[in-house]
Design a protein around this ligand. Structure first.
Ligand SMILES: [Zn+2]
Length: 89
């Protein structure tokens, strides 16, 4: 079923289903966070997609209180974290 679903959605739609974009007060950038992390009520810290790249940046772990509401397509893209939004998987 995964193949069929992927075939019916654009890459942007798949991204939106998997990730939520939040402004992080820690570095005043917009990062992408897996929705599965954010929906886990037991979690206190969240790591953005850029920490999953070639190198890990522990300093980018964010507390829930430091994240904004989910941002939409009308966000300030100048604040987008480049490693987060460059990766298309
Ligand atoms: Zn990032």
């Amino acid at each position: 079923m995964t193949t069929r679903i992927t075939g019916e959605l654009t890459a942007v739609q798949v991204d939106a289903a998997l990730y939520a974009v939040h402004f992080w007060a820690g570095d005043t950038r917009n990062h992408r966070y897996l929705r599965a992390q954010l929906e886990d009520g037991e979690r206190d810290t969240f790591y953005p997609d850029c920490t999953l790249a070639a190198f890990v940046i522990p300093g980018r772990w964010a507390f829930r209180s430091e994240l904004s509401e989910e941002l939409g397509e009308n966000r300030d893209r100048a604040r987008d974290c480049r490693p987060c939004f460059r990766a298309r998987r």
